[in-house]
Design a protein. Sequence first.
Length: 435
Amino acid sequence: MRTQILFTGLLVLQSACALYAQQDIKESEVKRIVSTLASDEMRGRKTFTPDIQRASAFIEREFAKAGLQPLPGTKSYRQEFAIYKLEPSSISLQVNGSPATANNVLLRSAASHIGWTAADSRVAIEQIGPDDVFFDAIRKNMQATRNTLVWIDAKHATAFEQLRGYFNNSARETLDSSKSVVFVLKRPADSIINNWNLLVEQNIEQSPLNNVVGILPGKSKKGEYVVFSGHYDHLGILPANEAKDSIANGADDDASGTTAVIALAKHFHDLHNNERTLVFVAFTAEEIGGYGSHYFSRQLNADSVVAMFNIEMIGKEAKFGVNSAFITGYERSDFGTILQKNLEGSVFKFYPDPYPEQNLFYRSDNATLARLGVPAHTISTDQIDSDKLYHSVSDEVKSLDITNITNTIKAIALSATGIVSGKDTPTRIDKTKVN
C-alpha cells in the first residue's frame, strides 16, 4: 500500500503541536490497539456479555498507561449504571392468514406481553412507503405516543437489516410499558393487508453496564470540558457466513473510533498544554440505543461542555479521497469551521456530511449531547451508502486502512488545538432544532 503523507507542509509549520502530532501518534500503536479491540477473543464486544467486560478492562489499562485520572469523586475509570435488558422469547405474526417470519419484526417495547390484532382500536397503523426516507421515517415513528404498528415496504429490506443490530437485545432505562412500537417488513406479496395478528413474549431483567471515562484536568479553564468519545460495544455473534465466521468483530464500528480516543488521550497527556479539562470516554450500549451516552450526559453540566469530538468508523478512505473525513451536523455550529482553520497548512480536510439521507447525526452518541445544546458532532470516513461490511462478520482488522485511521487521528489532534487551548469556542447547537 502506498504511504499517504498527511502534512506535506510539515517542515514549514511553526506549530510545535503539529510536529508532535506527527511523531507521537504511530501506526504501530494504532494497529496494536484496534487489533486487540477487534480480535476474536473479544467476540464482538456485545452489550450484556462477559466479552464487553474484557474490552472495558483493556480500555481501562490503556487509560491508565496514558496517565488519565478518573472522574472527580470516583476511584476507577468505570462509570457504572444499570438498565433493563429486553429480549423477546417468542414472536408470532400472521398476515392475511399466513405466518410471517419473526425476522421481519423489530420491537421497541418494555412490555412483557403484546397481543395485537387488526381489529384492535388501541393500535395505530403507520406506513413507511417505498419513496419515504427510511431513517427519517423510523425516527419519527419511534416518537409515537401510543401503541403503533409500522408496516415497512419491502424495498427497504437492506436498510431494515442495518437497523436490526440497534433493536436486537434492546434495552430501557426505565420500564414504561404504556406504549410499544413494532416495525414489520412487508413481504412483496403483502401489498394489501386485510388482517393480521401479533403475539410477543419478552424477557426483562436489570443488568449492569459501564462506560470507561478518564480526564486530563485543565489549567486556566478547568471548569470547561472538551469530550473525545467513541463507542466500544458492537453486535457480538451473528449467523455464520460461508467461511463459518460468526464473530462480528466491529473493527471499523467502532474499534477504530475507540482507538482514536485512546491515542488522543496519550497525545494530549504528553503534550501537557490543555487549558480546558479533556474528557475521554468509551461509551457502552451505543448499538442498542445510546444508553451509555445518555447516562454520561446526566453526570455533568452540559453547559460546561464546550465541544464533543465523537469518532465513529474512521477505518477506510472517505468518499472525498485520502486525507479527508466528514463531520455530521456540520451546519449546526461552527465546530467544523474551527477544526478546518486549525488544519491550515496541512492537506487534510473536513467536509460536511455527504449522506444526509442516512441521518448519521442522530445515529451516534453525539446526538445525546447535541440535544442539550453542546456542539457535539461525529467525525467519520465511512462510505455508509456502499459499505458492505457494515454490521457484518466481515468488519475485521484486515479490512481496515491503518494509515487512514492514523492520519485521521493526527488531523483530529491538530484540529482540536484551538478548542483544547481555550482559544476557540464553537457556537452552541440550537437544541430546539434537535429531535
